[in-house]
Write a protein that binds this ligand. Structure first.
Ligand code: SF4
Ligand SMILES: [Zn+2]
Length: 322
């Protein structure tokens, strides 16, 4: 179990958010197949976790809880999957948090978002503000199936999102920048299209730049010099355009930003670009990007132009350190 406090937005105001990551048996999809970029299974227990253990993890996490207004509860899988967290435990956790938190956020694959599952958790408790995040990654079924191996369709996402809306539950959509097998430009265009396609369904759009996690297909390619995580400039480009694509609140959390395994630029400008991305994610203000520039922007532009002429994604020779 891990927990920490961070900043987030609640109705336009920056507030403290408490993040809890419970260790469960893991994502059912990861246990039977798994997504090409996801190494969450490295943190999962991979065998059944007792109700007592899950309750004890939650109680431990609550010892450090200081009344943060938002609580984000993650499981490295699906909170609504009863094989990860049995329904009585889901209910107990949500009822406890609802006493103090103003907003509770969880994540789930669409197949667990059903009338029945949503009704069950809200049976005895009127949740104040509840949000479910779905890892759609892209609105393109071909990319999701072949490059990500996600195991569900855009239609499945739309159905789940509509159901959440009907039940007055907030929808958060995660999209992936730079899945394996796509060039930088293809992926940037894919994200732009996904932002437009998800606009009618989502309240919050979270851009996840791929980072190289252990024991994944992405790591296999990266180690063979066949994959480079996205440029921070691609993130900036997407965020800059995002307000004209969707009415949703748009944010980006760059895990491992600036490192060889995470989204990065040349190494000189990374810190200030990451800071601007963080600022935008709280303020939605495009001005934070205005003063940004670096010589490596040219290299990034070259990559966008030239990559389509090469056989796949160009690698990062400048920072390559096998
Ligand atoms: S990305 Fe989500 S659905 Fe895919 S394996 Fe990881 S936790 Fe499961
Ligand atoms: Zn630079």
């Amino acid at each position: 179990m891990r927990c920490w406090s961070e900043k987030d937005i609640l109705e336009g105001t920056v507030v403290d958010a408490y993040v809890i990551i419970l260790r469960t048996r893991g994502c059912a999809w990861a246990l039977s197949s798994g997504c090409t970029m996801c190494g969450y299974f490295n943190d999962s227990i991979l065998s059944d976790v007792s109700d007592e253990d899950l309750s004890a993890q939650f109680e431990n996490a609550m010892r450090n809880y200081k009344g943060e207004k938002i609580v984000k509860l993650f499981t490295s899988g699906s909170f609504l999957d009863p094989s990860e967290i049995p329904v009585p435990i889901q209910k107990k956790i949500l009822a406890t948090l609802n006493n103090t938190a103003e907003k509770i956020s969880v994540e789930s694959r669409p197949e667990y978002i059903t009338e029945k599952s949503l009704r069950a958790i809200q049976e005895n408790v009127q949740l104040k503000k509840f949000e479910v995040g779905i890892g759609l990654e892209t609105s393109n079924d071909l990319v999701r199936e072949k490059a990500i191996n996600k195991g569900f369709t855009f239609q499945d996402y739309k159905k789940a999102a509509a159901l959440l809306k009907k039940q007055k539950v907030g929808v958060k959509t995660y999209m992936l920048l730079k899945p394996p097998f796509l060039t930088e430009k293809e992926s940037l265009n894919d994200c732009i299209k996904t932002a437009k396609d998800t606009a009618p369904y989502t309240d919050l759009l979270s851009l996840n730049p791929t980072n190289v996690q252990h024991h994944t297909v992405v790591e296999y390619l990266w180690k063979r010099n066949q994959y480079r995580p996205p440029w921070l400039w691609s993130i900036v480009e997407f965020l800059r355009q995002s307000k004209s694509l969707t009415k949703a609140f748009v944010k980006c959390d760059v895990v491992g930003g600036g490192s060889n395994r995470g989204a990065h630029n040349c190494g000189i400008c990374d810190k200030k670009v990451l800071h601007a991305i963080e600022e935008f994610s709280l303020t939605q203000n495009n001005d934070v990007f205005r003063a940004l520039s670096c010589d490596c922007q040219e290299q990034w532009r070259d990559q966008l132009d030239l990559e389509s002429l090469s056989f796949g994604s160009l690698v990062d020779f400048a920072r390559w350190n096998p």
